[in-house]
Design a protein around this ligand. Structure first.
Ligand SMILES: NC(=O)c1ccc[n+]([C@@H]2O[C@H](COP(=O)([O-])OP(=O)(O)OC[C@H]3O[C@@H](n4cnc5c(N)ncnc54)[C@H](OP(=O)(O)O)[C@@H]3O)[C@@H](O)[C@H]2O)c1
Length: 322
């Protein structure tokens, strides 16, 4: 089969190579899946660079979430077992963790439903306890996890402010349903948030970026606000001033969604049921901006790494168009 493999760490476009290799063999409790669509996530870039919290042995295939087909023809969502990730024609995955694909979604949309939306759901509801009527500030709102958080924030009845880099992303964030969009390149985030909230600030901040995004967030967070620490796409891990959290009465809330798969798998399934309902209602619809043929996967991962992609970029290894 064809698979993209990484033999040394570096920039995705330089270290990902499309090769002919053997299909992976399922172990105990695992199944072989044909990959219909593989969604590109920022961690794929970090995996290539050797900067992710998991470092699979070289050579490995990146690709952390897929929509696949079982041998008996069912469409399922799966997280492939690394080192044999999803940018390949076939993967193996744990059978117990497979989830049914919502009928409302095509293969590419389904491949983008799992990590981004589950992270948004657990971040906003379980960790930050977002309430209807509150103001939610989402950084990288036109990106992968950001676009999911915008849709879920609106579904929860929040007023959603999206922060993006550039006018093209601003237009996308507006179309996603943001009540207000701030272009971080041309506007001051703190002033704009304070203006929009009558000086109160945002109740919940969803931050997949870190660095400057975090620093600005705590300058415009509301009394008893919650900052959800989702990721560090900027490359800078903030060092928060706890004295600042004390004097302003806000909470800094960490989120590692992957842990729920072992700590509370029933909650992951319950979340999937809820997302399936929201997808059927059209409230949740993954924003797939590009559907790439297998040959273009490395280019796609590089675009996500560079922060120039919008929504989700999905690879179709079987050559389909869905
Ligand atoms: N905690 C968890 O459980 C969890 C789960 C999934 C993902 N994550 C994390 O969430 C983050 C986002 O992942 P994603 O796949 O959805 O990616 P993404 O948001 O689609 O892409 C990253 C975005 O970050 C912004 N950005 C700001 N500075 C950047 C820089 N120097 N380089 C690249 N991007 C920059 C860009 O948006 P603007 O230009 O609009 O600012 C860019 O589009 C990653 O850090 C990932 O590891 C965490």
């Amino acid at each position: 089969m064809q698979a993209w493999r990484v033999h040394r760490n570096g920039e995705p476009s330089e270290v990902m190579e499309l090769e002919e290799t053997d299909r992976p063999t399922p172990g105990d409790g695992q199944v072989l899946l044909k990959v219909l669509a593989a969604n590109i996530n920022f961690p794929d870039a970090l995996l290539c660079r050797g900067q992710y919290q998991v470092r699979p042995p070289l050579p490995f295939t990146p690709g952390v979430e897929i929509c696949g087909e079982t041998e008996d023809g069912r469409r399922v969502l799966a997280t492939p077992a690394l080192p044999d990730g999803g940018f390949a024609e076939y993967v193996v995955a744990d059978e117990a963790a497979l989830l049914p694909v919502p009928d409302a979604l095509d293969d590419a949309e389904a491949a983008a439903l799992h990590i981004g939306y589950q992270t948004g759901w657990f971040g906003l509801h379980r960790r930050a306890h977002l309430q209807a009527g509150e103001t939610l500030l989402v950084h990288a709102a036109a990106g992968g996890v950001g676009s999911a958080a915008v849709q879920l924030g609106k579904a929860a009845g929040a007023t959603v402010i999206g922060v993006v880099g550039g006018p093209e992303k601003a237009a996308i964030a507006r179309r996603l349903g943001c009540d207000l969009v701030i272009d971080r390149r041309s506007e001051d985030i703190v002033t704009a948030v304070k203006e929009a909230t009558g000086g109160r600030g945002a109740d919940v901040v969803y931050d997949p970026v870190g660095g400057d995004a975090y620093a600005k967030s705590v300058k415009c967070i509301a009394f008893e606000g919650r900052v959800v620490v989702v990721g560090f796409a900027s490359g800078t891990i903030p060092a928060p001033g706890l004295n600042h959290a004390l004097v302003k009465n806000y909470s800094i809330v960490g989120l590692h969604w992957g842990l729920y798969n072992t700590k509370d798998p029933a909650a992951v399934r319950a979340c999937h049921d809820e997302l399936t309902k929201l997808a059927a209602q059209g409230v949740v619809k993954p924003l797939v901006s590009e559907r790439l043929p297998m040959a273009d996967a490395a280019r796609g991962v590089q675009r996500v790494a560079d922060g120039t992609s919008t929504g989700r970029v999905v690879v179709l290894p079987a050559g389909g168009t869905r």
